[in-house]
Design a binder for this molecule. Structure first.
Ligand SMILES: [Ca+2]
Length: 321
């Protein structure tokens, strides 16, 4: 605010000048009492004369500087009452602004602000990693004793032999048809213990139990090769200790000739067999139920090449007892 600053010397000088003028006016009013002034002259005459000589130069100077003041007896003015103080002069003009002061000291630390509003909830984080595998648990208490079953299954020659020995549950058993320590090693077979009351059937499955026949016209041109679960040596060993074997075979056809040599099967020894049944009434089994010819090694079909001609075959497992 430099512009607001004014030199103060001007105001001070004006105040002193006005004060001098008013003091002179008070001397005029005091001089209106001539008796007091005359008495003063008589009492102080001698002294006044002595001083007037020595101070003549000063008196002349006073007259020139205050020409507006009425001149009275010098002795009266010296004896008069002191005048009233003059009126203060007019304030002088503001002085020039001073130089910028040094930087003040750092103020004290302010109070702590108001607590802020809580922020919004953040997004869900990524799923955590899988935990570490837990430690191995303690060993549990021992279980209760089971029922007393057959302590051991005897190694017999066939399923029928096992059935006769009291094992009536169908399932997988180990047999040794040619005897322990003789011929082939023992092997596992499926035993059918329930399809007959007294007979246990050693059952040998294969890979062609059923299928469609279509698109082959010539006699026996549709060929189905049958592969059994047991090798030929094991099959022969089973047949050797069995009194008979059976295998279910069926062919259902539409628009296709069954007779005439179009459909036949190949025996285990490679002979074409056309006897699909035709057994006399009252005879169990079929004409093909001859141990020497079973099992079926191949199926042959034909007369299914024209529109509306088709067939379905079914071939069961070999069962011997
Ligand atoms: Ca053996």
């Amino acid at each position: 605010m430099v512009g607001a600053c004014k030199p103060i010397e001007t105001k001070f000088s004006a105040a002193v000048c006005v004060g001098i003028v008013l003091m002179c006016l008070s001397q005029v009013s005091t001089s209106l009492k001539p008796d007091d002034k005359l008495d003063g002259l008589q009492k102080l005459g001698h002294t006044l004369r002595k001083r007037s000589v020595g101070s003549e130069t000063a008196s002349d100077t006073e007259e020139r500087s205050a020409t507006s003041c009425p001149r009275g007896p010098t002795a009266g003015a010296l004896a008069g009452v002191p005048g009233v103080p003059g009126v203060p002069g007019v304030p002088g003009v503001n002085g020039a602004c001073g130089e910028t002061g040094p930087t003040g000291a750092t103020g004290a630390k302010g109070d702590m602000g108001v607590e802020g509003v809580p922020g919004q909830k953040g997004e869900a984080g990524l799923p955590g990693l899988d935990g570490l595998k837990g430690a191995k648990g303690e060993v549990g208490p021992p279980g209760e004793n089971g029922d007393s079953g057959p302590t051991s299954i005897p190694l017999l020659a066939s399923c029928d032999a096992l059935k006769k020995a009291g094992f009536g549950v169908s399932g997988t058993y180990r047999i040794d048809p040619d005897g322990a320590g003789n011929g082939s090693e023992p092997f596992s077979v499926v035993c059918d213990m329930t399809s007959d009351l007294t007979v246990g059937y050693t059952t040998i499955h294969h890979d062609k139990e059923d299928g469609d026949v279509k698109g082959f016209e010539d006699r026996g041109s549709f060929i189905v090769n049958v592969t059994y679960d047991l090798g030929r040596g094991q099959v022969e060993a089973i047949k050797a200790v069995s009194s008979s074997c059976r295998q279910f075979i069926k062919y259902a056809c539409i628009g296709s000739l069954f007779d005439g040599g179009y459909q036949y099967w190949i025996s285990y020894d490679g002979q074409p067999m056309v006897n699909w049944g035709g057994v006399p009434t009252g005879t169990t089994g079929c004409a093909c139920g001859v141990t020497a010819t079973l099992p079926v090694s191949q199926l042959r079909f034909g007369d299914t090449g024209e529109t509306g001609e088709k067939g379905v075959y079914t071939l069961g497992p070999l069962q011997c007892a």
